[in-house]
Ligand binder design. Structure first.
Ligand code: F2R
Ligand code: MG
Ligand code: MG
Length: 318
């Protein structure tokens, strides 16, 4: 899996990646912060006709995707410009449910404070280890040319809001995980052990290897709440990215099931479901996503258009 597999339908995969992330966020938002999400309330929300509104997760995913589109022929990431773009998005829609740390950083950046200074001001100088940098990285996997490149891009985008090592490494892990899902062979069953091996090898730091081992050791039939009790389900990167990965690995070919499983784990439901949705959507493409959900999703056309601009940049090796 080290050499990217060419995609026969890059547009479908790019759409699956970004729309899978947005659907997980929008479906999960209703339950964010609830300890336990019961099947019946999820089924009711799942089948309702009302629009699916997304939160800060998708708002920031859109900012990053647009940044990559706009920088077409230049270096893909400009940290200063990205920090400004994120701050403008927060100013335009502060009601999207931003994390306290991100809110503080973006408010400072909007007031003219350079991002390195703003990010260090967070959490008593330690910087944020929240999952806000991980939840927005999906588009990076579309333009990355290798796992190493995905990790590098993720770190560069993460540090503009998340100075803490764990916040940045969570973004690296999620970007690499989406990259591997995107380049996995959809015709063959996903080899879970091989996928996790590749992921471990890709990470620049060994500090997450223990979490990856915990995912590997999870029983195949683990309930969402049992998985959450071991892997975590809160708004920190280290206690949410592993749960998203596990949700994807439970249902790699069924994005809707991966999203439902992530939501039923409770806690940071929008974010964990968004990361799981990006992973599964990257593998199956948009055809794996329920049409009834897509029809209800806020700004689906805008997200689809961004995916279509990034699709030609998915590396082809065949
Ligand atoms: N903020 C929320 N949800 C709260 C409720 C929203 C409500 N529905 C509404 O509409 O108002 N969700 C969003 O925030 C998470 C992403 O967070 P981000 O961007 O990383 O922010 P932050 O605040 O930096 O980190 C999140 C939490 O992690 C803990 N934390 C982080 N670093 C810490 C440190 N150095 N020391 C101690 N704690 C640290 C804090 O609890 C942070 O608040 C997503 O869930 C997104 O959906
Ligand atoms: Mg959110
Ligand atoms: Mg959240």
């Amino acid at each position: 899996m080290t050499v990217p597999r060419p995609s026969a339908n890059t547009t479908a995969q790019a759409r699956g990646t970004l729309l899978g992330a947005a659907l997980g966020d929008a479906l999960g938002a209703r339950f964010e912060g609830e300890d336990v999400v019961g099947g019946p309330s999820l089924v009711a929300h799942d089948r309702a006709a009302e629009p699916l509104r997304y939160t800060d997760d998708t708002a920031q995913t859109i900012v990053l995707a647009r940044h990559l589109v706009q920088r077409r022929d230049r270096a893909p990431v400009d940290e200063d410009a990205l920090a400004t773009d994120l701050a403008r998005a927060w100013q335009a829609e502060p009601w999207r449910g931003y994390g306290a740390g991100s809110r503080q950083v973006l408010e400072l950046v909007a007031a003219g404070v350079p991002w390195p200074e703003a990010t260090r001001a967070c959490f008593g100088g330690h910087g944020s280890y929240g999952n806000g940098a991980a939840m927005r990285v999906a588009a990076l996997a579309l333009i990355a040319t290798s796992l190493t490149h995905a990790a590098q891009l993720a770190d560069r985008t993460a540090k503009v809001t998340h100075a803490h090592q764990h916040g940045r490494e969570g973004a690296e892990l999620q970007a690499c995980a989406v990259f591997l899902a995107l380049h996995s062979d959809p015709v063959r069953p996903l080899d879970r052990d091989h996928y996790l091996d590749e992921l471990s090898r890709a990470l620049p730091s060994t500090s997450w290897h223990g979490r990856i081992d915990q995912i590997r050791a999870m029983p195949p039939t683990a309930s969402p709440s049992y998985a959450a009790s071991l892997l975590g389900n809160d708004a920190t990167a280290i206690r949410s990215v592993p749960m998203a990965l596990h949700s994807f690995l439970r249902y790699p070919d069924h994005p809707a099931e991966a999203i439902r499983y992530a939501i039923r784990a409770g806690g940071d439901t929008d974010t964990i479901a968004s990361m799981a949705g990006a992973l599964a959507g990257a593998r199956t493409g948009i055809h794996g996503l329920p049409v009834t959900w897509l029809e209800r999703l806020e700004n689906a056309d805008r997200i689809r258009a961004l995916a279509d601009r990034l699709a030609p940049r998915i590396p082809r090796t065949r």
